[in-house]
Structures are given as C-alpha cells and as structure tokens.
Design a protein around this ligand. Structure first.
Ligand code: FES
Length: 576
C-alpha cells in the first residue's frame, strides 16, 4: 500500500499523526487485524450505513439487507464495509423524531467524511432516516446510493384489510367516539403492524421512498418492494452492484441531485398524494445542494399535477398493491410528459432510459391514467395570508371538500399540554363549525415540530358523529393522517408569528381555492396584542437542545440547521 496523489479505498482520508507514511502503515496493520488480505484492500471500498436498531422495527430486515448488499458489492468486485449510524424509529423517539433528523444527518455526513470509502450505500426507511441520509450524503459529496428497507405487509382485522398507520388513527378515532369497545381496539392493535418494515400506506416513509427513486438516488424499482420479499432482497443486491459502479465511475451525488431531479421529485410527491412532511425534507435536501424551494412555484406545479396513485390516506390501497401494480415505473410512465426524462440516476443512465428498460405496462387499478385521476390537482396546496406570511400547507386530497371553503370561530390551545388538558372536557366551548388552533408546535416550539397538527376532535363532538373540522397549527402531521388540516404555519408562534396572537373567538377564513388562510383581525389589533403579550423565544442552556434552538430554521427552509445548508445559493426549484 503506497500513498498516491488521488487516493482511493482504504488509502483515503488518513488519520492525522503528522506522518502520512506512519498513518498508512498503522491503518494497514489494523485492517489486516480484521482479517483482510492485500487482494481485498485493492478493491473499491463501499461503506454501508447500517441503521438497524432494536428501537426501529421499520428497519427490522437490516441484517438480510446488509447481507444482500454485501453480496452485490462483492459480485461486482468491491469490498463492503458496514458501519453504524444513528437510527430513528418514529414511535420510539421523544420529543419527536424530527428533533433528531438533523443530528442523524450530521452523523451520516461526518462518518462519510471521516471513514475511507469510495461510495456508500445508505440504508434507511422509517420517516426521518431517508431524508437524514440524503441530507448528510448531499453535504459529504461522495458517490451514494439509497436503499429503502421497504414497507411492512398489511394485516386483517375481522375480515378488513388494515395497515399502519392510517387505520391506527381511524380505529383510535372510533374508540374515542365510543363506536368500538376495548376488546376491539386491543384486537386491531395486534394486526396493524403485521411484519417488519415501514408503514404500509402513503405516509412519510413511503413518500420519501418514492421521492428517493424520483430523485434518481435508488436503483430503478427501489421504492416499492415490501421489506420481507425476495424482490426487496434483489433490489439490495443490485444496489450493492451499482455502488461499485458509481465508485469506479466517480458518479458523485451532485451529478444526480440536480434541479431537474428535485423537480421530478416534487412532481412525484404531488402525484402520489404524498406526505406533507416530504416538502420539509425535500427543502432541506435541496438546501444542502444550494437550491431553495419556491413554495409558490410548487403550488403552481400542483395545479397541473393530478393525484394518480390510489393509496391511503388519499385513496384505498397499500404499498404492496402499488408494488404489484408495477411500482414507480407505472407512475413515472403516466407522468412522462411532466418529467425531466434526461435527469441522471445512480445507474449512470437517465430516468427516461430506465423507463425504456422497465417491464411493460399492464392493466391494474392502483395507478390511474391522467385522464381519470383520484384528485384533479396535486395532493398538497400552499396557502398564504396574514396568519401565515411565510406560507402554510394543506393536504387537500385528504381533506373534507365541504370544509375547504370555510369561515369559523377560533378555539385556541396554547400548546400540547393545554390541548391534552382541555380537548376532552365537557366544558370546552366548541361547536362543529369552529376552527381548532394549536400554538407552539413549530420547529422551536415543542421543539422539533412534532406531528401533533392532527389535532384530535373534541370527544364531545366526536360522540355526536363529527368526523372532521378545520384545524390549524405550526406543526406537522403524520403522512398517514387525514382531515382538513392546515400545517407548517410560518413563522411559527414560538418566535412571534401571527399565530401567537390568535385568541378564542377570532374569526378565521380558509379558502383552498384562493390559497388563503386569513385571520380576520386588524393589523393594529395584532400589533397591540403583540405588545401586550410579548413572545419569549425558547432557549436551552446546553447540549444538542441548545444547538437546535439556536440554529434551526423555519418550515420554509426545511427545518435544517442554518449552518448546514450549502453556503452558496445556486437557484430555486421548481422553476417558476
Ligand atoms: Fe417507521 Fe411509520 S413508524 S415508517
């Protein structure tokens, strides 16, 4: 092993002792200690980011995936080296997984920088893991390929197909409304997550899987195979092979994550009725590449991009059905006129070339033709108005059409504790036409912008059969949730956005057709309230929480840390 001007494999990134020769000598001794021969050390080194964790059942197939990736790498003549990073399991992370996404992205970025590898396979699946890995890899700049863990299978409850987590919420709402008893809620709990893998509806995990494929960051067909299938294992083996190819061809991530790739990803997000969270994640990934997301342009793109994929929560099917219907190739073929087919993918071929190579189309009922969409516009609309000068969003495809043009009286909750204390009280002054407002769940508010925007309906109204109300917050909601829910109100209340000054009884107007969210209170009155009750931004004394509160950006900037975005801005996406 001798040093060279352009080192590769295990010769890269030597530990600094002030004596390069000694550094290489020492590294060689230690890698020999791991049982590797000189023959192995001459190969391209492919890192594998292992995010297996007992706290993350969505990644429960990690050992099998790693075995298949390693096989693919070795078949192609590379040397696989797996390494751990943080893993975030959605239901096991407090205060919220989003609080930790940036930490995982920093862990990923720094491990890619610090350890010698020519390319990396990023294995992620649960909601925040794929965005965190793509953010970290985008900043590290190596050749990288994303492998998705894959969705869980569906279960059945008393003859009905169920899956996490749209049905988790539906059944819980029935239980709160006394429509089902304790026995049934316990029974369905056993069926909602019938295998390892990510949530089986078009929630954030499935959305980010589709977004990753649309970005060109997975092998073709990488988004949809369920976690426990042989299809998924073959995708993993193929991913390993591709990783060696991109290491050899030096296909760095900046050649894939281009403006065209982000526009393709946004089209796909809109056409799948995808999770609102994906907007925040795409914004953060784009920010790492020096691209800003133009929410108004995204809204215009939405007006000409119909929802075509019939999956819950916007439709009726589950991920395994999308996969059986041909997966992303079926959708991308339908979207062809709206896509940049010349965008490069990790295979070294363009999206259009990969579509030509995909299996031929067949009759199926999960991906609709553009002439017969599930919803005539994209799933997500961007709202503006004096309540959200920096924007807010609504998932219109999962909202009640009767509530999308609505004016009502605000019923305000000051934060999560206030909500928990009062939402089920019989004394709560609330009517079905009122608008529920929840403050202090934005990026700095909770902190971490938890998925608490899916405000539960007051129990007394749920018992009267109310199924939906307009709800407004500066938080997020799970991609598996549904309802007429305005999210990501920017700027958030915790930093003094107008939301902070909404009071019980104020009138609020929502018009999705006009893309408006208006607080019908004068500017002078809002200014008076701001002076009467000034907002004190949350602070922390030490540690990650201090870093988070001092540097996290608002939803329109991706909730990334301000110092992690690319220092040089290259432009905006999508193009206006
Ligand atoms: Fe992991 Fe839903 S909890 S994907």
């Amino acid at each position: 092993m001798s040093d060279s001007k352009d080192p590769s494999g295990m010769r890269k990134g030597l530990t600094n002792y002030g004596d390069a020769g000694f550094s290489l000598f020492l590294r060689k001794a230690f890698i020999k200690g791991a049982g590797l021969t000189d023959h192995a050390l001459d190969r391209p080194v492919i890192g594998i980011a292992d995010t297996g964790s007992g706290y993350n059942p969505c990644h429960g197939n990690m050992p099998q995936l790693i075995e298949a990736v390693q096989r693919g790498i070795m078949l192609a003549g590379g040397l696989p080296v797996k390494f751990p990073t943080i893993s975030i399991g959605e239901s096991f992370a407090a205060p919220t997984s989003m609080y930790l996404r940036n930490l995982m992205s920093m862990d990923t970025e720094e491990m890619l920088r610090a350890q010698p590898m020519d390319a990396v396979v990023l294995i992620g699946g649960c909601d925040k893991t794929v965005p965190a890995q793509l953010m970290g890899a985008a900043s590290a700049g190596l050749p990288a390929v994303q492998l998705i863990t894959g969705s869980m299978l569906t279960g059945t409850h008393r003859g009905e197909v169920v899956g996490a987590c749209t049905d988790c919420r539906r059944y819980w709402a029935k239980f709160r409304a006394d429509e089902i008893d304790e026995q049934e809620i316990n029974d369905v709990n056993n069926q909602l997550v019938p295998s390892v893998g990510t949530c089986s509806v078009m929630g954030t995990a499935s959305t980010m899987a589709c977004v990753a494929e649309a970005l060109g960051m997975t092998v073709p067909g990488g988004a949809t195979p369920p976690a426990v299938t042989s299809d998924r294992m073959r995708v993993a083996e193929h991913t390993g092979t591709v990783a060696v190819e991109i290491a050899r061809s030096r296909l760095t991530i900046d050649k894939v994550l281009t403006e065209k790739a982000f526009e393709n990803a946004m089209r796909v997000l809109l056409a799948i009725g995808g999770s609102t969270n994906a907007i925040v994640h795409i914004t953060a990934i784009a920010g790492r590449m020096g691209l800003e997301v133009d929410l108004q342009a995204l809204d215009r793109m939405g007006r000409e991009t119909p929802v075509l994929v019939d999956l819950k929560p916007s439709g009726q099917h589950y991920m395994e059905h999308f996969h059986a219907a041909g997966g992303m190739a079926t959708l991308l073929r339908e979207l062809k006129p709206l896509l940049h087919l010349d965008a490069l993918t990790v295979t070294g071929r363009t999206l259009g070339e990969e579509l030509e190579r995909a299996a031929p189309p067949f009759k199926q009922d999960v991906v609709r033709p553009r002439t017969n969409p599930i919803y005539r516009e994209g799933g997500i609309a961007v709202l503006r108005g004096n309540l959200a000068p920096g924007g807010a969003i609504i998932k219109q495809s999962a909202a009640d059409p009767k509530l999308m043009e609505h004016e009502g009286r605000a019923v305000v909750f000051e934060g999560l504790q206030d909500l928990a204390d009062r939402i089920d009280s019989d004394d709560l002054d609330v009517q079905r036409e009122d608008i529920l407002v929840l403050k202090n769940i934005g990026p700095k508010g909770a902190p971490g912008m938890p998925e608490a925007g899916y405000i539960p309906l007051p129990r007394k109204l749920a018992r009267q059969g109310v199924k939906d109300m307009v709800r407004i917050s500066d938080g997020r909601m799970s991609g598996t949730a549904f309802g007429t829910i305005v999210l990501h109100v920017t700027p958030e209340s915790a930093i003094g956005g107008p939301l902070a000054h909404v009071r019980n009884g104020d009138r609020i107007r929502l018009s999705v057709s006009k893309r408006e969210i208006a607080l019908l209170v004068s500017d002078a009155e809002l200014a008076r309230r701001a002076q009467e009750q000034p907002v004190h931004e949350p602070r922390a004394e030490r540690g990650y929480r201090k870093l988070f509160l001092e540097t996290v950006t608002q939803a329109d900037k991706g909730v990334d840390f301000d110092f992690l975005a690319a220092p040089v801005k290259k432009g905006a996406v999508p193009k206006a």
